[in-house]
Each structure stands twice: as structure tokens, then as C-alpha cells.
Design a protein around this ligand. Sequence first.
Ligand code: SAM
Ligand code: SF4
Length: 482
Amino acid sequence: MSEVNYFKEEFGENYRTEICDYITDEKIEDILAAAEAPDKKEVQRIIDKALELNGITPLEAATLLQVEDENLIDQFLEAARKVKEEIYGKRLVIFAPLYFANQCVNNCLYCGFRKDNNQLDRKKLSQQEIRNEVEALEREGHKRLLVLTGEAPITDLDYVVESIKTAYDVKTENGGEIRRINAEIAPLSTEDFKKLKESEIGTYTCFQETYNRKQYAKLHPSGPKSNFEWRLSVMDRAQEAGIDDVGIGALFGLYDYKFDVIGMLLHAEYLDKKWGVGPHTVSVPRLNPALGTPLDEVPYPVSDADFRKLVAVLRLAVPYTGMILSTRESTEMRNELFEHGVSQISAGSRTTPGGYDKKAKNKEELAQFSLHDLRPIDEIISGIAEDGYIPSFCTACYRLGRTGKDFMDLAKPGKIQEFCRPNAMLTFKEYLQDYGTETSRKHGKQCLSDLMDRLEADNPKLAANIADKLDAIAEGEHDLYL
Ligand code: SAM
Ligand code: SF4
């Protein structure tokens, strides 16, 4: 099928072209201009407001982004640390990306999967290859997956739905199974989102890449993705179809990071007003080099210092929203960003279809972009526990129907800690029991014992319940949660 026909058949009359006027270049530029040369007192007021855990407005966030004074920056980095700790404690949710295929009709200038990249070997995993990948991931201890594809007729929605079912059906020894699959695939129509919802996905994620329409047009010269409005309006269609956990993001490095942070916050504000619930997650990927792409350099490089700053501002602005960081970042940077706001990370990731199955031939020629943190999952887990964080494989909220607004209603009064911390402990214990090495077990034991001491002090009844469940897991029980 030609690209044009594919486009028409896929989206037909429903293909939306009207302007989503809640986010415009002018609006974002005006907010940034109004926040220029911030006054010290105003910055302090905003930091105090953020510490009340009710978020800050896009204009207040822009004011923090415009701060250059190192002392003031340190103050809001510290405030973000407190907000993170207050709401999430030391929990870090762990997941793995799983690429089903790398064919794509789009031509995003930065992506190795782009249609015109002749240097890339194309690969669509068969259902058996997907089983092999998922078995390999389960045997490393993964319970949560993010599935991805390019956008192409050969990997249409039926293929994606069948592949998700295949992945959920894979069971391995030690209770190995995937308990939540999130999806990051090209924007769908409402009707197609209804079909996707039936495959029991958790969160639907789609990055706007950049919220600047002019830059977006330059970076996305052809294919369905060149339509900015169709992409920006995607979460309305997901919500219309009943998918109430949605994830947004920008690819930092494509445009001015301040502009894109404000774009993300306006997007979050719009979704909150329209659907009564903001995004479930925000992602903060930074552009990495990809083979066979015309972008020789990052158009708007984001320094580590600016990246730290933007993560902190997002944490203060949307305190209850999960923040996702991938293995695009180095170990050191990831460790730092856990402090300032990140609450979910990928581990042991590969961006190649077929990248996990050790028996299959490898594969870097198939990758979407290169990665920095290539450590195996157990080493990552071990390091996280040693630093006093709890790796969590929890999937309880989604499986108990605590999604969308129900999740946020629980999260906002701080209730989520009562579930998240114990569930993190239970799933971490299960991981250590079934997949841990000597080193991760050593660090994990210490981490769990410190947490139990704290839980006993905060809530003795809950602590007793969790102690019983931890004993049951040590005896071989699986999948215990609150
Ligand atoms: N193809 C779909 C799309 O573009 O929405 C689905 C997911 S695509 C495989 C996932 C994301 O990878 C993109 O949204 C983009 O932000 C990111 N990406 C592409 N090239 C990248 C690069 N060179 N460095 C970092 N992230 C990149
Ligand atoms: Fe295709 Fe997505 Fe890569 Fe763009 S970012 S070329 S749409 S896979």
C-alpha cells in the first residue's frame, strides 16, 4: 500500500486537522517572556508553594526555568527532592521496553527507524520471536513492559494487539509472567483505541517530540507523523476510548528545553481540565545519536545542569505524575535524577527488535538509537538498593482498576504511599527470591530491613501484614499485593 493510501485508509474522514489552540507557539513564548528576569522573592514564593504539594502553574514553572542564580537553583532542586520523597518515598518503578518491529513510514530526522534510512535492516518479530523475547525478559525478573513499534502498514493494530496477547500469555518458571504492558505506538483513531484497550494495556504513551510547530514541521517532513495536530490531539481519542492512563513527553534536544517544558505543562493542564485527570506519566528522553539519520548534531543540546533543572521543575509542577527516564542516560545522571524527581526507569533495555533473546543473532544494526546505561538489570537493581531506593515491579493499581482519576484521587491525599511502599517491598522481595544474585540479595536484604523498620514506626498494623506476606514470598508464594 502506498504511504498516501495507507494514511487515508487508516484515518479516513476522522483525520483531524483543526488547530489544538490550547497550545500555540505564541502562548508558550508569551509565558516564557513574562517569566524573564525573575525576582528572588517571587522565586522563593513559588518554591514555598510547590512544597505544599499542589503543583505550580506553567507561568510559575517558567519563572523557575528562567532562574540563573546558582543558589536559587539549588533551592528548587532541594524542594524537588523533598516533594519526590514526600510523595513517592524511595520507590523506583522498573520496566523494560520491547520493540516489536522497526519498519516506519515516517521520516523523523532524528530516528534510526526513519523510512529513508537505508542502512537499517528491517525486522518485524514473529509471534514466536516475541515469545522468545518475553521469556528472556521474564527470566531477568521483569514484570512490566513498554511495547513499541514504528508506524507502518506491516505492523498494523491487529499485529500489535496479537503481539500484546502473545506477550501476556508467556509464563516461565518461578511465577515468571508479565503483569502490565504499556504501549507506545503511533496515534490511533478512537475506534482503534477501543480495540487497543481490549488488549488490556496499562498506559498509552505518545511523545509530542517538540511542542514548537515550526520546528516540528522541519523535523517531521513526511508521513502521518508530519501532522502535529493529529498527534497533539491523540490523548483525547485515547480518553474517548476509555484509556484513562496516558503518558506524554518531549524529546529534549530537538528544541529549546524551556519551551518544551512549558508545552508539556500546558498539555498536562489541558488534559486535567478536559478529562478530570492529567497525564499518568511524563517522560523526559534526551536525544541520542542514531545511525543513518540526517541530524549530525543535536539541534538544541541540553546540558546536564539544565536537564537536572528541568526534571526538578516538572516534579514541582506536576507532583503526582510519574516521571520516566530511560537508559538513554548514563548511570551517574540517572542516579542524580532519582533524587530530583524521576520515579520510573527502564533497565537492561535494548532498542532493537529481537534484542533480548541471546540465541538470536545480534543486532545493533537494527537499533533505533544508541543507549548509555547498558548494565544488566541485576546490576542496576543492586545499585539502586545500595543507594537506598526500592526497585518496584508493582502492577497492583492497574490490576485493581485504580487508574485515571481513581488513581489521582488516591494519590493526591498522599494515600498512594500506603499502597506503593508495601507493594514495592513485596515485589522487590519476589525479585530477589527468584532472580537475585548474591550482590543484589545482600543490598536488597538491607534495603528491605530498613524499610520494615520505618514501616513499623509509621504503621505497626500494616507492617505486621507486610511481614507475613514477605514470609510467604520467602516460602515460594507469588504475586502478593495490596
Ligand atoms: N513510532 C512511534 C512514535 O514515534 O510515536 C512510537 C514510538 S518511537 C519507537 C519512541 C520514541 O523514541 C519517539 O517518540 C522518540 O521520542 C524517541 N526517539 C526517536 N529517535 C530517538 C533518538 N535518536 N534519541 C532518543 N530518542 C529517540
Ligand atoms: Fe518512526 Fe517513531 Fe522513529 Fe519517527 S520516531 S521514524 S515515527 S519509529
